[in-house]
Ligand binder design. Structure first.
Ligand SMILES: Cc1cc2nc3c(=O)[nH]c(=O)nc-3n(C[C@H](O)[C@H](O)[C@H](O)COP(=O)(O)OP(=O)(O)OC[C@H]3O[C@@H](n4cnc5c(N)ncnc54)[C@H](O)[C@@H]3O)c2cc1C
Length: 386
């Protein structure tokens, strides 16, 4: 369901108000101590923001992706870090599209209520990297269960989630006609599996992201937890990628807006050589340039969201939106740091934290080169490179 401009404005205002109750010192402390924003995520869940894409029949508000974009954009534009919980919004899409009626009834209402957290998405593996069809984690069927062995890396929020959506091979790559076949998707109840074949190890990174590596050693998953048909999982994951890219792009727009606002304010107020630094065109032009890049990217995000809501094919637009929005946020981040001179490095200005955080989006959930090759090959008809 798409919503009116007035409704979108109301949603934005609500998010801004909620975020204002979590001051920058909250985020600084979490970043310093690499802690999870449990209170913030609870507040977002209770306000219904994280379940906005779950249809009303399953207890969500059934709003469209434009509403979800508005929510994530405002979280980022407030200076917060929504990447610690954004997956709760879209990971459930695979259950919604490909789950059977009993799986949907079991998981979706509980996710909407906040009783179950589906924040973890286990795709990436150390050896496969971006080449997802090379994953080695294997699920072998034994009676009414699957036995899973293997490893995932960068499984974010696994320690703060009850469920994980897991991608595993059910037929090895050398036994399928097409490499995209033989891959399946499972819902893993990590509360039951932890210590029984499932091990989670945190990875300390340059940002506070709660990311982990996850090991499976004869972990049992009930066969009833297979989503859709066995062997068709790669397709299911691809189906969810457009939504993920559009939402991440919206986060980048929020980040860019935060950097631009912060830089403009500082450039007006900081006086050097007896005048505001923003009076120098060498300072004001990079701010104007970053603003223009952000506005252009914002249009592409809106276009991709509109096409997604109209159920039009939008792979190219979703990818391009994610690419140019992540470049715009990085341009704005670099500009903001430069505008602040030495003070940009001080923790209390929050710029260095947001600078680190926004850099992620050129790597995850898909790195820029892979988006470029998608556009080169699928939109422009250039030869395949891999
Ligand atoms: C903080 C963080 C959180 C993450 N969260 C999750 C998560 O929750 N779940 C999950 O499954 N994954 C997650 N990821 C993984 C992320 O999606 C991958 O890191 C990303 O897709 C790139 O994979 P890789 O790191 O293996 O890089 P690689 O595939 O090793 O690529 C390395 C570099 O080579 C380039 N490259 C590779 N192949 C080509 C090619 N054919 N042509 C041109 N360039 C190429 C890439 O663009 C990249 O720049 C996360 C990563 C990070 C850092």
């Amino acid at each position: 369901m798409s919503v009116s401009q007035q409704e979108l404005n109301d949603i934005r205002e609500g998010v801004i108000k909620l975020c204002a109750t979590f001051p920058m010192e909250y985020w600084r402390a979490l970043d310093r101590e690499r802690r999870y924003p449990t209170d913030f995520v609870r507040a977002l869940t209770e306000a219904g923001y994280l379940s906005c894409l779950i249809p009303e029949e399953f207890g969500g508000s059934g709003l469209g992706i434009s509403a979800a974009c508005a929510i994530l954009e405002e979280i980022q534009a407030s200076g917060a870090n929504g990447s610690q919980c954004h997956a709760q919004m879209y990971t459930m899409g695979t259950v919604l599209r490909h789950g059977n009626p009993s799986q949907k009834a079991m998981y979706l209402p509980a996710i909407a209520k906040g009783e179950l957290r589906l924040q973890a998405f286990g795709v990436t593996e150390p050896t496969a990297g971006t080449d997802t069809t090379s994953i080695r984690t294997a699920a072998v069927k034994q009676g009414d269960k699957y036995i899973v062995n293997g490893q995932k890396v960068w499984t974010s929020r696994a320690e703060h989630s009850d469920l994980m959506l897991l991608l595993a091979r059910t037929t090895s790559r050398d036994q399928v006609a097409k490499k995209t076949e033989g891959i399946s998707v499972f819902i893993v109840d990590m509360r039951k599996a932890l210590g029984k074949g499932l091990t989670i190890r945190p990875i300390r990174t340059m940002i506070n992201h709660g990311t982990t590596e996850v090991f499976f050693d004869n972990m049992e998953v009930p066969a009833a937890n297979l989503l859709g048909e066995e062997g068709k999982g790669f397709r299911y994951i691809l189906d969810g990628m457009n939504a993920e890219r559009i939402l991440i792009a919206a986060e980048c727009i929020g980040d860019a807006k935060w950097f631009i606002k912060k830089a403009s304010a500082y450039a007006n107020e900081r006086k050097v050589f007896g005048r505001p630094i923003g009076q120098n065109q060498g300072v004001q032009f990079p701010i104007a340039r970053a603003y223009m890049a952000m506005r252009a990217a914002e249009l592409m995000v809106h276009k991709a969201a509109e096409m997604y809501e109209n159920k039009e094919p939008c792979g190219a637009e979703a990818n391009m939106a994610k690419q140019i929005a992540s470049e715009a946020s990085w341009q704005a981040a670099d500009m903001c740091l430069q505008t602040h001179g030495g003070y940009g490095f001080a923790e209390e200005y929050d710029i260095e934290r947001k600078f680190r955080e926004t850099r992620l989006y050129q790597i995850a959930p898909i790195s820029t080169n892979l988006v470029l090759s998608y556009v080169a090959e699928h939109v422009l008809g250039l030869p395949r490179s891999y």
